[in-house]
Write a protein that binds this ligand. Structure first.
Ligand SMILES: [Zn+2]
Length: 460
């Protein structure tokens, strides 16, 4: 063990003392269990997951008034679950149901302590929900395990480029965030503030921190990497860069790895469930947190899709009895991998998260532009630092660009590429801007389709 590793181990001990001793939380116990179960064969994990699902639904049936009544009305009884396929008869819920029935969904069991949470969301209407304290501990354990794969477990020195609480938030909340940062050895800078003016102070902070791991929103670290590269700045190299909260494109991974000279680890999660999947050292997909979460990939009619085929991500959280999520679509789309990971873990892989449902744009003559399209072509233009594509009307696509040095040659080429795919029925409006507003959660929404059904577009 090097001196540095010894410090990491010591700091991990402190965190454990704080969580287990002071708060009487079971985070580290759950984590130990997850460290062991990840190596079990897939069949064993699946059997345990189905068993847990059955027991979970039996509890929900009698403790959650809304689910109990809804299932009864639909003639559904968890005692009739004999094989995993039986679960497909259960209804898929949505955000509107949670908005309307949140109180009646909550557990009536005694002794349940709820933590209130909210997701941001592009429609500007946040969705509020609850989780119980035990669920919180189990999801923290899953977070520790996934980040440990990336060399960013508790105790390591970390530099966060993340959405931090706005300056208007309560003083106690800020104090608590600072305490957590110190305990977890995190230095956090706000991705809300990232720009040309803050590049140097952010770089200074990174140099001072010398982190084992950088943890960031995908688009923020990508933008930061582009700025550093454009200015010829060489940042310190961490052991790993963990990205999350937004989809990672291949070209972004290449750029981030080139600039920071460290492997990128993609994670996938959301406010409702925390870590759903994360890459291990083999980077061959994202291992699912299947002990805690049942993740289904379904087509638009609700039927399961085969591995290798893109589907809607639908999650049942097996830990949260306080306010259950049973078959809840996250709004993302993903592809399951047909093959196991060479690392030997039994946890199955998502081959990739392909993006959110609404990443697609449509044209009046019925063409569909996949979400990948604009990132794919705009990455060719070095002048582009950030962009956002917005469709508010069927016949117009607005592209906002932060691109100092954008030329008429760039514009001609771009219009040609877009019309080749989108056809002539749609008008392309280009806006060169200084800044693009982030969402309330500090994320860059790359493609915004305001034509789609409201309420389905939200994400953590
Ligand atoms: Zn693996």
């Amino acid at each position: 063990m090097t001196g540095d590793d010894a410090v990491t181990a010591f700091r991990r001990g402190l965190i454990r003392l704080y969580e287990d001793g002071l708060h009487r939380r079971f985070v580290f116990r759950y984590w130990r269990e997850l460290e062991a179960s990840q190596w079990q064969p897939l069949e064993q994990l699946q059997a345990a997951q189905f068993d847990r699902l059955r027991r979970f639904l039996l509890r929900v049936q009698v403790t959650s008034p809304w689910y109990g009544a809804t299932w009864r009305a639909g003639g559904l009884d968890p005692r009739d679950l004999h094989v995993p396929a039986d679960f497909q008869r259960w209804p898929v819920i949505d955000k509107d149901i949670i908005r309307t029935h949140r109180a009646a969904m909550r557990s009536t069991a005694p002794g349940v302590t709820l933590i209130a949470k909210a997701t941001g969301g592009s429609s500007g209407v946040p969705m509020r929900f609850d989780l119980d304290t035990d669920s919180n501990e189990q999801r923290m354990a899953a977070w520790h395990r996934g980040y440990q794969w990336a060399g960013a477990g508790p105790g390591t020195r970390q530099w966060y480029l993340w959405g931090v609480a706005p300056s208007s938030s309560a003083a106690w909340r800020k104090r608590k965030a600072r305490l957590y940062d110190r305990l977890y050895r995190r230095t956090t800078v706000s991705c809300f503030d990232l720009g040309e003016a803050t590049m140097q102070p952010f770089l200074d902070s990174l140099v001072r921190t010398r982190p084992h791991a950088i943890v960031s929103y995908t688009n923020a670290i990508y933008a930061f990497a582009r700025m550093l590269e454009a200015k010829g700045c060489i940042p310190p190299s961490p052991r790993s860069v963990v990205v999350g909260a937004e989809k990672l494109h291949d070209f972004q991974r290449e750029t981030i790895e080139r600039v920071f000279r460290a492997p990128v680890f993609e994670t996938y999660g959301c406010r409702e469930f925390m870590l759903i999947g994360a890459e291990c050292e083999h980077h061959s997909g994202l291992h699912l947190t299947m002990e805690n979460l049942l993740v289904e990939l379904l087509d638009d009619d609700g039927a399961p899709v085969a591995p290798g085929v893109e589907g809607n991500v639908v999650v049942t959280d097996l830990t949260n009895l306080g306010m259950p999520f049973v078959r809840y679509p996250t709004g993302d789309r993903a592809i399951a991998s047909p093959v196991p990971c060479p690392c030997g873990r039994g946890l199955p892989l998502l081959e990739k998260v392909t993006g959110r449902r609404l990443d697609m744009l449509t044209t009046p003559d019925g063409r569909i532009l996949p979400g990948e399209f604009f990132p794919h072509i705009l990455k060719e233009v070095t002048a582009v630092q950030r962009f956002q594509v917005i469709q508010e009307r069927a016949d117009t696509i607005v592209v906002k660009l932060v691109a100092p040095g954008w030329t008429t040659g760039n514009e001609e080429w771009f219009r040609r590429e877009v019309s080749a795919v989108a056809g002539s029925a749609v008008r392309l409006e280009l806006q060169l801007v200084d800044q693009i507003a982030l969402t309330a959660a500090g994320k860059l929404q790359v493609v915004v389709n305001r034509l789609a059904t409201p309420g389905r577009a939200e994400n953590a």
